[in-house]
Design a protein around this ligand. Structure first.
Ligand SMILES: NC(=O)c1ccc[n+]([C@@H]2O[C@H](COP(=O)([O-])OP(=O)(O)OC[C@H]3O[C@@H](n4cnc5c(N)ncnc54)[C@H](OP(=O)(O)O)[C@@H]3O)[C@@H](O)[C@H]2O)c1
Length: 253
């Protein structure tokens, strides 16, 4: 059962995104289900490609905010414990089922998997209103070669855009540790800021509203080229307030 806070935040989400939704509807690119939401209908369907530490923790926050979430794995049986614990808004599926299910899809995988995901699901992902890219190229896990290649493309933001052509991508949550997400959400006092980067204003609006719903403060730092700063180990990594993020970004330009 949704509480009043969730209902109010969803109403804010819908108001904030109504203009974007209207534009997408006019362009004929929006599923009927999302149009229903603009009229105060059911919650969004959100999928995770990758339901490990970070994907599992983020998906759980969206379930708690009242959204329907499909967590995916190449071995969905392994997710039974997670979805049972989260209740009826959570379900497990294959990657293909998750791509089909989500109005919004989060990609939370080791970065080398991104290329194959683009090949297998790029067309479908390009039709989503929002693809949230939480994935990072990490040398110790993924190898030096892929990190070098990503750098040569201009960083993770531009690289993901190349690997998922046409998708409305927003990089977010890339450097907030999975173990901190639950406690950081709706933190007392100043909220934890989430720097985000992307080229599509509607996708940025939807991402911002979703991030607020789960108790963080989104800060748009720029287009996909700025996504190179949204990896662990840059000045924007870790838990920062929105004001701190804005201050750091002024020194990045
Ligand atoms: N851990 C953190 O605190 C954190 C914070 C911010 C960002 N990130 C980023 O988030 C991503 C995931 O990190 P993690 O720590 O959550 O990793 P993890 O616990 O190892 O989980 C990885 C997930 O990716 C899935 N996966 C791997 N290869 C795949 C493929 N080819 N196709 C589809 N799914 C695939 C795995 O699913 P299967 O069940 O199918 O193997 C698994 O669910 C990384 O890029 C990481 O840098 C992590």
């Amino acid at each position: 059962m949704m509480n009043h806070r969730v209902e109010n935040s969803r109403r804010n989400f819908l108001l904030t995104t109504a203009r974007g939704i209207a534009g997408l509807a006019a362009a004929g690119t929006l599923p009927a289900r999302v149009l229903a939401q603009s009229a105060g209908g059911p919650a969004l369907s959100i999928s995770t490609i990758g339901a490990g530490r970070e994907g599992g923790a983020l998906g759980a926050l969206f379930v708690k905010a009242g959204h329907r979430v499909m967590f995916s794995s190449r071995h969905p049986d392994t997710l039974k414990g997670l979805v049972d614990e989260l209740g009826p808004f959570a379900r497990a599926g294959t990657v293909a089922e998750a791509v089909e299910f989500g109005d919004v899809v989060m990609v939370v995988v080791p970065y080398p998997a991104m290329e194959q995901i683009g090949k297998d699901y790029g067309n479908a992902l390009a039709k989503k209103v929002l693809v949230i890219d939480v994935s990072n190229p990490i040398e110790r896990r993924d190898g030096a070669q892929i990190v070098k290649w990503v750098d040569e493309q201009g960083g993770a933001g531009l690289t993901t855009a190349k690997l998922l052509p046409g998708a409305h991508i927003v990089r977010a949550f890339n450097a907030i540790n999975y173990a901190k997400l639950s406690a950081d959400a709706h933190r007392q006092g100043e909220l934890v800021g989430v720097p985000i980067a992307g080229d599509d204003p509607h996708a940025l609006n939807i991402a911002s509203s979703l991030i607020r719903e789960i108790g963080f403060d989104p800060v748009i730092i720029g287009g996909s080229a700025m996504g190179k700063y949204l990896v662990p180990g840059t000045p924007l990594g870790g838990e920062l307030t929105a004001a701190e993020i804005r201050q750091i970004v002024t020194n990045l330009h």
